[in-house]
Design a protein. Sequence first.
Length: 470
Amino acid sequence: MNTDSATTFEVCNPFNQEVIERYSYTSAAAAEQALQRAFDLHANRDQWLDAPTRMRVLERLAELVQSRTGSLARQASEEGGKPLRDSMVEITRAVEGIGEAVRQIDRLTGTEVPMGLNEASRHRFAHTFREPRGVVLAISAFNHPFNLIVHQVVTALAAGCPVLIKPALTTPISCIAIVSLLAEAGLPEGWCQLLLTDTAVTEPLVADSRVSFLTFIGSARVGWYLRSKLAAGAICSLEHGGVAPVIVDASADIDASIAPLIRGGFYHAGQVCVSVQRIYLHRSIQDAFVSRFVAAAQRLVSGDQLSADTEVGPLILPREVDRVDEWVQQAVAGGAEVLCGGERISPTVYAPTVLLNPPDDATLSQQEIFGPVVSLYGYDEIDEAVARANGPDTFFQAALFTRDLDTALSVSRRMNGMAVMVNDHSAFRVDWMPFGGHRQSGMGVGGIGHTMREMTVERMVVFHADGLSK
C-alpha cells in the first residue's frame, strides 16, 4: 500500500486517536473510470440485473452480515466511536434493512391507466411500469458507518441502479466491508464501486450528467451546495439535521419520559440527526422532571466505546469536542445554568451535559449541536412552547409527552416535524417508515421502500388495440 501522505489518509479510533488503517485516495482518473463503467452498465438494458438476481444477491448479503455481526460491530465501533453495544444493534438493524429491501423489490410496480372513457381513448389500453432511474452517487456520513451504507447502497441495488459510494473518510472501513460482502454475495462487477475521494474529486462527479440520482447524508451547508451542482435532469435526496424539540406538558407521565429522553439525547453522544436537543417543560412539572433527568444523565458511563460498560463514547474528532464546548460556554455566558457536565472528560470525550434555560438565540438553541448536550427550557402556556419549539428553520422529527388526548392531537399537528412522536423520543425510527427532513433539514423521503421508489422512474405504454393482431 502506498503510504505517501499526499495520496493516502489515516482512519483513527476516535477515542484514543490510534491509527486503525491507512488507505489510498481514489484518483480523479479512477473515479472517472468508475462512473463511466456504471453509466455503461445502465445504458445497456441487456446488462440490467433482473429482480430474481437482485433478490438472491441481497438475501445472501443479509446472511453474510448476520453471520459476522460481532466482527462487523466491533469494526464499526472502533472507527466511528459508537459504543459497542449500540454498534451490535446497528448491524442487527442492517440485516433487517436488507431484508426489507428484498421485500420491497416486488412492490416496484406500475398501475393501469384507465382508457376507453371518452372517444379519444377508445380501443386503447395503458399501463405504467417502474425501471431504474440510472447511476446513483451516494455520499455518506460517519455516524452510522454500516447502516447508512445499507440505506444508500442496498436501496440502489434493490432498485436496479448501479451505485458509486463515497463513505465519510473518517469511517470508510464498514463501507469497504459491505462492498466486499456484496461481491462475495454474487453481485456482478461494476454495480457497486467504492470511491475514497476528497472534495476536489467528488464535486465534479456530482455535477456530471451521467449521474441520475444523488443521495447525500451530511450537513445542510454541503448538501444544498451539492444540489446546486447537479446536472439538468438529475434529482437528489438530502438528509441533513435538525434541532429536535420535545414538549413535555403538565399532564405527562414524568417517570415514563425520562428513559426515552435520555436515550434520545445521549445515544451515540448526540451524533444523530434527530437527537433530542431541546426539551420544553411546563413549569408545574419542571422541578420534578429536571431532578430525575439530571440524575439519569449523571449515571451515564462515558469513555472508550469498545468497553462493555460505555454508554456515551467519543465525538468523531477532537475539534468537535472543542466546538461543542464553545457552544456550551457561549450559552452559559448568556445565562444558561449547567446542571451537569459542561466540560471535557478528555480531548475526545465530552461529558453528558444538561443545561437549563439557555437563551433562545444561543447557537445551541438554533443549530444542531451533534454532541452530548440537552437543553431544558421552562414554559407557561402550550402555545408558547410550540412557538419556541418551532423557532429554528429546521423541520425533521420532534416529540411530545402528554396524557391528554386533545393536546396530543392538536400539538402534534402544530409542531414542525415531518414526523412527531407522541410519548416517545424524537429519534425513534423503523426502516419501513418514511423518514426525511424539510426546509433546512433536507429534501426527499428516506426509508427503505420510499428510497427505492425515488431511485426508479415510472414510465407508461399505451396500446391501440386496432393495430394489434389477434
